[in-house]
Design a protein around this ligand. Structure first.
Ligand SMILES: *Cc1c(COP(=O)(O)O)cnc(C)c1O
Length: 376
């Protein structure tokens, strides 16, 4: 059996090496390492794929979130509501800009920000909501946009984990995650669903004025060369990364389908076990692109299972082991444990199994057999 990895970037690369290498070679040949033609073509290619008016490439997903918030003109003291159960980057940029993070609990079934918790957290100072499409599953954008309209709030989608996922609306329409709020942010970190070979990120918006503002912010606040109208940052997607992404974007749907296929096999093998709550997978499951495949282990020894799998050479991980409201950097007297029952429970129960585009049946069987062997 091929060695099991949490993310198998090498096997993925081996299959596309000729195309990727040629794409990188073009950059080496014309030496436009910064803002080369590859960056512009990737921007257009991603706009077409997502069906969004503007893509603004930048250096990484954390910058993308920060720049999105700068572009909206959020001011120190403005309250920004986000999920307690996510990667720290989401709350980090809120704090860094001296905005006030307001962490709220998540939903037990989809693990995304709880609609009820958002409603309860709104105050006169609330300016924005940052839903995270966690583990690849689209958050309930219809409900979130409804709340935002009622309270005149901005919505910034953290789409670092769900590029390609579709959000469904009750009128039957679908839109790509990240393109529904006022602005969306994504990451091309190598292990993400659309990963480059280093750091990369992008911001999405359908708003022409905001897009213009964002394009200046990523480039030192310059709209005319050497005229600095606003305080900006230096955040660029470099041409080599854009070249890699141009080669990989046409494969994104195939990659996401491979993840969904692996997820289906996992859930078929594990879903019925009394100690396992497996992710549900709908038939036309394009609302979940399985950045992670995350189980809940209930009334059983989750940490023992993790050790058992690691001992058998099966990588696995706890995303995320500590709620953000309990992290030293984000402690706040306004938080009460009773407000975070779901996150507090999830951090005890979740375990993520290997998930990538190259998992084969033999590996999946070995992994699921090993899980069942421990739980009996
Ligand atoms: C990866 C990730 C980010 C940050 O992306 P980087 O490119 O690593 O800066 C932000 N939010 C979430 C939810 C992520 O998973």
């Amino acid at each position: 059996m091929k060695k099991i990895q949490m993310v198998d970037l090498k096997s993925q690369y081996d299959k596309i090496a000729t195309t990727v290498n040629a794409s990188i070679q073009e950059v080496l040949d014309n030496t436009a390492y910064i803002n080369g033609p590859q960056v512009h073509s990737f921007q257009k290619n991603l706009e077409d794929y997502l069906g969004v008016k503007h893509v603004i490439p930048c250096a990484n997903g954390t910058d993308a979130l920060q720049i999105a918030m700068m572009g909206l003109g959020l001011q120190p003291g403005d309250e920004v509501i986000t999920a307690d159960f996510t990667f720290a980057a989401t709350v980090e940029v809120i704090a860094l800009l001296q905005l006030t993070p307001v962490l709220v609990d998540v939903d037990m079934v989809n693990m995304n920000i709880s609609i009820e918790a958002i409603k309860k957290a709104i105050t006169p100072k609330t300016k924005a909501i940052v839903p995270v499409h966690l583990f690849g599953r689209a958050a309930n954008m219809e409900a979130i946009m409804q709340i935002a309209r009622e309270h005149n709030l901005y919505v910034i989608e953290d789409n670092a984990q769900a590029i390609g996922a579709n959000c469904k609306f009750s009128d039957g329409t679908k839109k790509k995650a990240g393109t529904i709020g006022h602005v969306g942010a994504t990451s091309f970190f190598p292990s993400k669903n659309l990963g480059c070979y280093g750091d990369g990120g992008a911001i999405f918006t359908n708003d022409d004025d905001l897009a213009h503002t964002l394009r200046g912010i990523v480039n030192h606040g310059m709209y005319v060369r050497y005229h600095h109208d606003v305080v900006g940052v230096n955040s660029r997607l470099d041409s080599i990364q854009a070249a890699v992404l141009n080669a990989k974007l046409p494969l994104l749907d195939t990659y996401n389908q491979a993840r969904q296929t692996a997820a289906r096999k996992y859930t078929a093998a594990l879903g019925g076990h009394p100690n396992i709550i497996a992710p549900t997978i709908c038939e036309q499951c394009d609302c979940h692109v399985f950045h992670q495949y995350t189980l809940r282990i209930v009334n059983a020894n989750r940490d023992g299972l993790m050790k058992h799998l690691l001992d058998k050479g099966i990588p696995c991980a706890i995303y995320y082991p500590i709620p953000l409201h309990s992290q030293k950097a984000y402690l706040d007297a306004r938080y009460h444990e009773a407000d975070f029952p779901v996150t507090n429970q999830l951090v005890q129960e979740v375990i993520s199994l290997p998930m990538h585009t190259e998992l084969d049946d033999e590996q999946i069987k070995f992994i699921t057999d090993s899980v069942l062997e421990f739980l009996k």
